[in-house]
Design a protein around this ligand. Structure first.
Ligand code: ARG
Length: 255
């Protein structure tokens, strides 16, 4: 082969590869430019949970509404909470709605929308555990969801109270461990805790002091075109009452 031809081909290949590289942030995980893949961790009612093999919840309704306003269909994929950020990074998902809180660690890897729902952290424990305040956590075993900000929050007070911090992939597993007496308590967000408290009559909960939970936002791939579009639609939904309607639908019971 002539040298100049080889050079030309190499240059062409390089250009093609570069084009792939730049477009990847804006090509959908589904491979179809009208369908977005939402990843979530469906262990978090009323945000997301499984009803049979359907995933339902506040986040699902919100994502569907936002997708529709922007001309997209939505496909939902369930996974462990700790895998969600990397699902975006590896183009296995386009958006994450999972009651996810924007924090500095995550912001380095993905972009976030504005906050769509506020939250605070609570300590959940058996009524007869004798744990009524943060101080009562001294020397106790506390469960948190793997990869959650609650895990960071527990680690932040670990030394102070000599805690044993244990993690599990699913909130329901943490609840089981408390029931079985292996965990003394768990750190869980208020609305999710309220749901479990209704089922577990011998559980109670109180606010964790010094909690800095910022609430939930949508996560996107870095530099995605979707971020600005979805933020604009979210703003409209805040202004026209659509968001409040969804909040009423999913959280009225947990007030
Ligand atoms: N808001 C917390 C966080 O971002 C917990 C979210 C857990 N979500 C879930 N679907 N399990 O870390």
């Amino acid at each position: 082969m002539k040298k100049w031809l080889l050079l030309l081909m190499t240059a062409g290949l390089a250009a093609a590869l570069a084009a792939c590289g730049t477009s990847s942030n804006n090509s959908n995980a589904s491979g179809d430019d009208k369908t977005l893949i939402m990843a979530t961790s469906a262990d978090y009612p009323p945000f997301e949970s499984k009803e049979g093999n359907k995933i339902v919840g506040f986040d699902v309704d919100l994502a569907k509404a936002l997708a529709k306003k922007n001309g997209y269909k939505l496909e939902i994929q369930d996974m462990d909470f700790a895998s969600l950020v990397s699902a975006l990074k590896t183009n296995k998902a386009d958006i994450v709605l999972a009651g996810m809180t924007p924090d500095e660690k995550r912001k380095k890897q993905v972009d976030f929308s504005d906050i769509y729902y506020n939250a605070k952290n609570m300590v959940v424990t058996k009524k007869n555990s004798g744990i009524k305040t943060d101080q009562d956590l001294q020397d106790k075993t506390v469960g948190v969801q793997l990869g959650s900000i609650q895990q960071d929050d527990a680690k932040a007070i670990q030394k102070k109270y000599n805690l044993t911090v244990e993690d599990r992939n699913k909130i329901s597993d943490i609840i089981q461990e408390i029931k079985a007496g292996r965990f003394d308590a768990a750190i869980i967000e208020d609305k999710v805790a309220a749901g479990y408290l209704k089922k577990e009559k011998d559980f109670h909960a109180f606010d964790l002091g010094g909690s800095t939970n910022k609430g939930s936002a949508i996560a996107f791939k870095k530099n995605s075109d979707l971020t600005a579009k979805f933020n604009q639609s979210l703003k409209e939904m805040k202004e026209n009452g659509e968001l409040d309607q969804l909040i009423e639908k999913w959280f009225a019971d947990e007030k």
